[in-house]
Design a protein around this ligand. Structure first.
Ligand code: GDP
Length: 341
């Protein structure tokens, strides 16, 4: 039950949210106003239909001012050193005049009502800089939904003038594939243990990496060297990338600024290469189309669930009980959809 104070606060918050017009948010974002950028991202994350319409208008308005950043996905198991690395890279970039946004996707927050990414005090120096913006994604959304909203948050950050966008995700779930489809460069952080032990990172995630960084090389320098060799060999076995980029393997340490600089150099080289070959543009266009299709799929599914709740529930339980194949079930759902027209 909510108390009087809470009710007042919720009402006040709702009034405040409603008072923010698309124009006001747009102008705020273009000025680089962080509180208004945050409100805009909250709007994008909202599941209320009127908020979604407003968010759609806002994104539309921002679109001409987007696309100029480099979008970097960073993943690795909890404890590998993601926040330490992002803090160190972010601080370096800011000192070079960049504006850095960090968007964190934490799938655990929806599954376990807890958060792997958010529980600790993270990235203190970066968080206190006026050239940085750190934002965890709201929990409780479907993976597709989170990805869609993260994509829109990226656009808002770009319109607000951020030129490096780091999308952080915990390398334990399926969110990596989505993050890969949202970013230009995909960075995988690994602990300095080589051999068969892939630290819970699936092969598929390794295959996505444009660079693997072995963290904490100060603790185990010999193991880090060995890990570099092992991952270099492992990456070699994957098919060549469409970008024609050869993935790099490096090591880093929080005590060695130069090691983090080297990772940035690799990212900068990658950006230069794919811009020269034209792949940068091609991939961004492909990604935009991919997300449009995903979004249509999600809308149709939601609509079906709403209109044909009983039918969908029945067919879902038949599929999970193995009574009917997923393909046959999808044909039946499809037929239902067509019949409606
Ligand atoms: P995350 O969960 O992946 O974000 O990992 P954190 O950045 O929070 O790091 C987990 C722990 O590893 C922290 O205690 C860090 O201080 C430590 N750590 C991170 N990077 C390094 C490093 O380069 N060297 C050493 N020795 N410790 C590190």
């Amino acid at each position: 039950m909510t108390t009087h104070n809470e009710q007042d606060w919720l009402k006040h918050r709702k009034n405040f949210k409603d008072s923010l017009s698309v124009d006001l948010l747009f102008e705020g974002i273009r000025r680089g106003d962080i509180p208004l950028l945050s409100s805009a991202i909250t709007l994008v994350e909202s599941s209320v239909e009127s908020d979604q319409d407003k968010a759609g208008d806002l994104i539309e308005k921002c679109l001409p001012f987007t696309g100029k950043s480099i979008r970097i996905g960073i993943t690795g198991v909890p404890g590998v050193g993601k926040s330490t690395f992002i803090e160190s890279l972010g601080v370096q970039l800011i000192s070079q005049g960049y504006k850095v946004a960090v968007l964190s996707i934490d799938p655990s927050s929806e599954l376990h009502h807890g958060s792997i990414l958010g529980d600790k005090t993270r990235m203190n120096t970066l968080a206190s800089s006026s050239s940085a913006y750190i934002r965890p994604t709201a929990s409780g959304n479907s993976l597709g939904g989170v990805a869609q909203r993260t994509r829109e948050s990226i656009l808002l950050c770009e319109a607000a003038g951020f030129d490096v966008i780091l999308i952080e995700t915990v390398g334990v779930g399926q969110s990596e594939t989505a993050v890969h489809a949202l970013t230009d460069f995909f960075l995988l952080l690994m602990l300095p243990v080589a051999g068969d032990e892939l630290q819970g990172i699936k092969r598929g995630i390794m295959e996505l990496a444009d660079a693997v960084v072995i963290t904490k090389s100060d603790e185990m320098p010999e193991k880090a060297k060995l890990a570099i060799q092992t991952y270099q060999m492992a990456l070699h076995l994957f098919p060549a990338k469409e970008s024609t980029w050869t993935p790099k393997v490096l090591s880093s340490s929080m005590y060695d600024v130069k090691s983090v600089e080297s990772v940035w150099k690799v990212i900068a080289d990658f950006e230069m290469q794919i811009k020269q070959t034209g792949y940068f543009e091609v991939r961004r266009k492909e990604q935009a189309l991919f997300w449009m299709k995903e979004s249509v799929r999600e809308m149709l599914w939601k609509q079906l669930l709403k209109q044909e709740t009983d039918f969908i529930q029945k067919i879902q339980s038949e599929v999970s009980d193995g009574k009917i194949s997923p393909y046959k079930a999808s044909k039946m759902v499809y037929t239902k959809l067509i019949e409606k027209k």
